[in-house]
Design a protein around this ligand. Structure first.
Ligand SMILES: [Zn+2]
Length: 412
């Protein structure tokens, strides 16, 4: 919370005391302290009589002081209501203490894990950093998304189902025991487990968008830090509405530069001189034809993406190998060590032919769904306005395809 925000909060409380924002005196019993050392009445009693246009439990006068919208109960559009983010009092859960901000997008994930699979902070930071750098604007003038990874409990050996089969049935048994129900309207739930459904998939999301996912690298010994972080971000991507082709299910689209594309789940990109940077697509690349691949021209941007934006991205991968060049030009698509001036045909998506045309790709970051497949956004009754369920599943849980398959050779 910024100094300004603190000052405004203090001022708002003072105002409440002066004019009651509806005439109510603040009963001593309702004075509760939150973090930052501020004594803020919870819930704000004054709104009982004051104008609260958007019905979010914060009266209009206080919203003005806080810089939140008096006409939108979710000022920053992250599906966490303004009241819970400003006063932290959502069904007994203090989101403010966990760092929520009503004027900047926040995503909360509780992470539980099997023995030996506890997520390290270094691994989590790779994903947290990716979200912090997201090209997403916020009402407070900042860019990025604050990802709150709350590492919680180790699943006891007796509860740690070895193969989660069927996955969501067994997952729910664990979730019912280890995930606090009052977090459900605000949190995604992630399990670092061994494997699921008897297969060798690295993880699965409970639909697209959704609020639950598993990362199952335990069967290859847990995987490397990069594999864990990449898989976490990939499955989380499904949770927030991304598919293997961004806005479609077509995997291995060469012009879709996202960790949602299997080529990149375990590797990320070269961005700004750093390697293995995890990212969703932040550029829009023009339609691309397998029949007319040109290494010199590389990819073409679709506005507002520019050639300069494309030039920042390297570490490109096609048909399981990383090639030289950046996304703007001189891409050695066939990895033969030379940049060929003449166009040729190449199969990128394992279809067996080189005749596919891939439509322009999307900027993932501006296409995210924050509602958890209809779960996230429900507020505790009595405290905040119900934001309602926005989107139903684009891909229902039972239609969800397994994500990247791995085997022992990937455990390196
Ligand atoms: Zn996937």
């Amino acid at each position: 919370m910024s100094k300004l925000h603190q000052t405004l909060l203090t001022a708002s409380v003072a105002l409440l005391g002066l004019n009651g924002c509806g005439g109510a005196e603040l009963p001593e019993t309702e004075l509760t302290s939150t973090q930052q050392g501020l004594a803020i009445p919870l819930p704000i009693p004054a709104c009982a009589g004051a104008l609260d246009t958007d019905g979010d439990g914060i009266c209009d006068l206080v919203e003005t002081l806080l810089g939140t919208s008096p006409t939108n109960p979710d000022t920053d559009g992250d599906r966490l209501n303004d009241y819970a983010e400003s006063f932290g009092f959502g069904g007994g859960l203090d989101l403010t203490a966990l760092g929520a901000n009503a004027r900047r997008k926040d995503i909360f994930i509780e992470a539980d894990y099997y023995a030996g699979l506890r997520p390290t902070q270094a691994m989590l930071n790779r994903v947290i950093s990716a979200f912090a750098k997201a090209p997403v604007t916020n009402p407070d003038g900042s860019t990025g998304i604050t990802l709150h990874m709350v590492v919680d409990q180790q699943i006891a050996a007796a509860d740690a189902d070895a193969d989660l089969n069927p996955v969501w049935t067994d997952f729910d048994v664990i979730k019912a025991k280890y995930f606090a129900a009052n977090r459900a309207p605000y949190f995604h739930y992630m399990l670092f487990a061994n494997r699921y459904a008897g297969g060798n998939s690295s993880g699965i999301s409970r639909g697209i968008p959704a609020h639950d996912f598993v990362v199952t690298l335990g069967f290859i010994g847990g995987g490397t830090e990069l594999q864990q972080a990449g898989t976490l971000m990939h499955e989380m991507g499904h949770n927030i509405g991304l598919r293997h082709g961004g806005n479609d299910d077509a995997n291995y689209k060469p012009n879709y530069l996202s960790i949602m594309n299997y080529e990149y789940q375990f590797y990320g990109f070269g961005i700004g001189g750093l390697n293995n940077v995890l990212d969703y697509s932040r550029v829009q690349v023009a339609s691309f034809s397998e029949a007319a691949v040109n290494e010199v021209s590389g990819f073409a941007p679709v506005a507002p993406t520019t050639e300069a934006d494309l030039a920042k991205i390297s570490g490109l991968r096609f048909n399981d190998v990383q090639v030289t060049g950046n996304a703007s030009t001189n891409i050695d698509f066939n990895n033969n060590g030379a940049i060929q001036a003449t166009s040729y045909a190449l199969d990128f998506n394992r279809s067996g032919s080189a005749g596919n045309v891939f439509p322009a790709s999307q900027n993932d970051w501006t296409a995210l769904a924050y509602d958890g497949g209809g779960q996230i956004g429900f507020a505790a009754p009595g405290f905040t306005q119900d934001l309602g369920r926005a989107e139903l599943f684009l891909v229902a849980p039972e239609k969800m395809e397994p994500c990247l398959t791995v085997d022992a050779r990937d455990a390196r």
